[in-house]
Design a protein around this ligand. Structure first.
Ligand SMILES: O=C(O)CCC(=O)C(=O)O
Length: 327
């Protein structure tokens, strides 16, 4: 199931879908035009500098970076340059430029994410990862680590809320006679700079999406890890079950990537898009983007009042305690 080689780059969407099925990822060159690359890259660099200057920057991937705890919870300050963080992450890109909003409703997303998840899907997280020189491997993981594994009827199972990122043994060595879980997440990596094994190109294990297993967080030395080499403008779409992670940047240039992650509408979004969306964007927001942000009601889920409402409003009418007398 695990493969030694990955797919070739292709603009043929039929082939790309076959690659998604077989390898768990596909690579589309020139998904963004030179102009689109430039505007997204300029916007990302500008935003990243501003967040850094304003003390809003989130940094991870530092070799000596230590995750600290305060009052039993992870201390946010662990993810700072001062604490040894290297790679800069930017979140909620929906609020940070029309070039990023366009990615959420891009026709290639419709085709390729739609191939994995079906016609309805919502934005889980829209973030950038600037992998900087000195950044270490993130470590392989899947984007649906929280998905319950198939179980034997009547036997004990891990309670869904008790599934953790550090994969339990039956996630690492599953009983395949029970079958495997389907994909409920699909991710898009928009490459805004060239990607190479030197500058931290995303690590992937081809075919791992069909293994039914999650990668061992303690020892990944035996996995046949590949790192695509690709030019800026390439789009890598991948199945939520694919083992992947940021590579180490051993070069001397920044690797700029935008990750647009989608999930099926019955799952919880990683970023709270409906609450987090900048209210000033609502007026000009295309309906397709509203739907993908989670304002669309899916089979009565996500509604506020009537299950017959199809799209909720950003400022919904809230029916409060009422009395028949109208007081
Ligand atoms: O930056 C990358 O190449 C991948 C990032 C990733 O896997 C993640 O943030 O979960």
């Amino acid at each position: 199931m695990i493969l030694e080689n990955g797919p070739s780059h292709t603009k043929d969407l039929y082939q790309a879908k076959k690659d998604l099925d077989k390898y768990g990822y596909c690579l589309i060159p020139e998904a963004l035009s030179d102009e689109e690359i430039k505007s997204a890259k300029d916007r990302l660099i500008e935003q990243a500098e501003a967040e850094e200057r304003l003390g809003l920057s989130f940094r991870d991937g530092g070799e000596k970076q230590e995750v600290k705890f305060k009052d039993g919870k992870i201390d946010k300050d662990s993810f700072s340059e001062a604490n040894g963080g290297i790679n800069q992450r930017l979140w909620m890109l929906v609020n940070k430029g029309s070039c990023f909003r366009d990615m959420v409703i891009h026709p290639l997303v419709d085709e390729l994410v739609g191939h994995i998840l079906g016609q309805d899907f919502i934005l889980s997280t829209h973030s950038a990862n600037i992998a900087k020189p000195g950044g270490v491997r993130m470590g392989l993981h899947t984007d649906q680590w929280w998905m319950p594994q198939p179980v034997k009827a009547g036997e004990n199972y891990i309670r869904p809320s008790e599934i953790s990122r550090k994969a339990d043994s039956n996630f690492i060595n599953p009983d395949l006679s029970l079958g495997i879980s389907p994909p409920v997440v699909a991710n898009c990596m928009w490459m805004l700079s060239d990607f190479s094994p030197t500058n931290g190109s995303t690590e992937v294990v081809a075919g791992s999406h069909l293994s039914g297993a999650h990668p061992d967080q303690d020892d990944q030395s035996s996995y046949p890890i590949l790192q695509p080499t690709a030019e800026a403008g390439t789009l890598m779409v991948f199945d939520g079950r694919l083992w992947h992670g940021t590579g180490a940047n051993t070069g001397n240039t920044d690797r700029l990537g935008v990750l647009t992650t989608f999930c099926s509408p019955q799952f919880r979004q990683q970023e709270n898009q409906t609450l987090g969306m900048d209210r000033d964007l609502w007026e000009g927001c295309p309906e397709k983007l509203k739907e993908r942000l989670g304002f669309k009601v899916w089979n009565a889920y996500g509604r506020i009042e009537s299950s017959m409402d199809h799209l909720i409003d950003i400022e919904p009418e809230r029916i409060k305690e009422l009395k028949p007398t109208g007081e």
